[in-house]
Design a protein around this ligand. Structure first.
Ligand SMILES: [Fe+2]
Ligand SMILES: [Fe+2]
Length: 495
């Protein structure tokens, strides 16, 4: 009897211990997934040498190595679910976003399994993360490329295996990419339409539905957080006839891409998006002749124009759904032409500190205005020229740090730039290279230009090599699309 009882007792203790162990592993597994999620995200903001990364990398290493010490190996497998060392990971409520992120992004990159075979150090982890994020979505041999990269760097502790795609499932991955573009396009044009409605209603002193704008801003925030290059591509559509509506949507896109890099929460991003959409709402009270005048404005007209930030504040405060508009947003509208040294307008009686929203919007606003054709300026500046001018004027006009961020957003070769390659081909910058090391090697649409007509040829990756150590194509200089009569925007609209 005694023996039986003690046997049961031992078994109970053993069971308790194993449940405790399971719980610990489960917690650790969830933490690992969160760490990978954050590492992937911050690697898109900072380059691998940035000190801001240090602490987080250290914490991540600790978690990963703790697992390795307990289990000997860490395998993360992506299927329809996540598996850690062969066990399906039950995610915690807090872990859900990370779980989803890893699942979606690894699938998109066609990475099926990552096996960490022994303890890892800082360099290994960074090489892996930056290598992973530099992989182009949907490319079939990504796992092979990443493995090769790791081996080249002398890393043998991490193994990467491709995603196993079952027959019939093939389409869902490419589908996802096309889908994102379609969704982005819908949100973009719906927002332009809604801006039109809001402005018409304000002019006619009718009820303007700001909640609809909020819903669209939320969608835009989501799209920009997921993959900003699609939305940034949309912002190259500079519709000359509907400047006001189009402009405000473009400003919102640039502002949100800056906000993302500043680490804003989705809630603050949404507020920033709405503020950017409404920044010029005051112009709805300015006579059309003044707004669309082809020549320079006379003193009286200019005086009227300068009133638009204040008029905007008035309108924003009068909007019915006050719950949707808070002081931060109103101040953003007020500040957007004040300039970094407060030399702009409206004239202030007392010095004040510029709000962050206003500073961001001013930069987004100037960049979009400079790159767009207007009635009085048929040939706008190229993205590159605009950035150069803004850099020159930074002390007076712009917050230098935010300007630097904008340059990071649009890249050294901003999306939509026309470039000449060393192969004498013409190309349009389509998507920046996510690896900061390869900033000068984005993805480019090759364009055939013949008798003043341009036709899309193919999408190429400038990191492609034709022999070891030799790139197939390299950018030699940027060109002015106006001189070639190339309509850049059409390349960003899905056919
Ligand atoms: Fe303005
Ligand atoms: Fe503006």
């Amino acid at each position: 009897m005694d023996n039986v009882e003690s046997a049961i007792q031992t078994r109970r203790t053993a069971k308790k211990q194993s449940t405790a162990m399971e719980a610990e592993l489960l917690k650790l597994g969830n933490t690992i997934v969160t760490k990978f999620h954050v590492l992937m995200r911050i690697s898109q903001i900072y380059d691998s040498k940035n000190t801001a990364l240090e602490q987080f990398v250290q914490e991540s290493l600790q978690t990963i190595n703790q697992w390795i010490k307990m289990q000997g190996v860490l395998s993360i497998l992506v299927d329809n679910e996540l598996f850690l060392n062969g066990e399906r990971l039950r995610y915690s409520v807090e872990g859900f976003t990370s779980f989803k992120y890893l699942l979606t992004h690894w699938r998109k990159k066609r990475i099926g399994e990552v096996v960490v075979k022994s303890l890892v150090d800082e360099t290994t982890l960074k090489e892996f993360i930056y290598g992973l994020m530099s992989l182009e979505d949907g490319r079939e041999n990504n796992a092979e490329l990443l493995s090769e990269l790791l081996v080249n760097r002398g890393i043998t502790s991490i193994e990467v295996n491709p995603l196993e795609v079952l027959e019939g499932e093939e389409d869902t991955i490419t589908y996802y990419l096309v889908d994102q573009q379609k969704v982005a396009q819908r949100v973009f044009f719906e927002t332009i339409g809604t801006m039109k409605e809001v402005i018409t209603n304000i002019k006619g002193k009718q009820y303007a539905d700001v909640r609809k704008l909020k819903r669209l801003a939320q969608k835009a925030v989501h799209l920009i957080v997921e993959d900003e290059s699609i939305m940034l591509g949309m912002a190259t559509i500079k519709n000359y006839d509907e400047y006001t509506f189009n402009h405000s949507v473009n400003v919102a896109i640039y502002a949100l891409a800056i906000g993302k890099r500043l680490g804003f929460s989705r809630k603050i991003m949404t507020e920033l998006g709405i503020t950017a959409l409404l920044h010029d709402i005051g112009k709805s009270k300015i006579p059309r002749e003044v707004l669309t005048k082809a020549g320079p404005l006379d003193e009286g007209e200019w005086g009227m124009m300068k009133k638009h930030p204040l008029l905007g504040v008035e309108i924003a405060l009068n909007l019915k759904q006050l719950g949707e508009i808070n002081p931060r947003m109103v101040i953003g509208i007020f500040d957007h032409h004040l300039n970094n040294d407060l030399s702009g307008y409206p004239k202030l009686f007392r010095k004040k500190e510029l709000g962050l929203f206003g500073r961001i919007i001013q930069i987004a606003d100037s960049y979009d205005a400079m790159t767009t054709a207007k009635i009085y300026k048929k040939n706008p500046y190229t993205p590159e020229q605009s950035l150069a001018i803004m850099l020159r004027e930074r002390v007076i006009h712009f917050d230098p740090l935010l300007l630097k961020i904008l340059i990071g957003v649009v890249g050294i070769y901003p999306i939509g730039s026309l470039v000449l390659l060393d192969t004498h081909e013409l190309g349009i910058i389509y998507k920046p290279n996510p690896d900061p090391k390869w900033m000068d090697r984005p993805r480019v649409i090759l364009v055939e230009w013949h008798e003043k007509k341009d036709v899309k040829k193919e999408l190429v990756d400038l990191t492609e090599t034709d022999s070891p150590n030799h790139f197939k194509r390299t950018i030699t200089k940027t060109l002015d699309p106006n001189k070639y009569h190339i309509d850049i925007a059409k390349y960003f609209l899905p056919s």
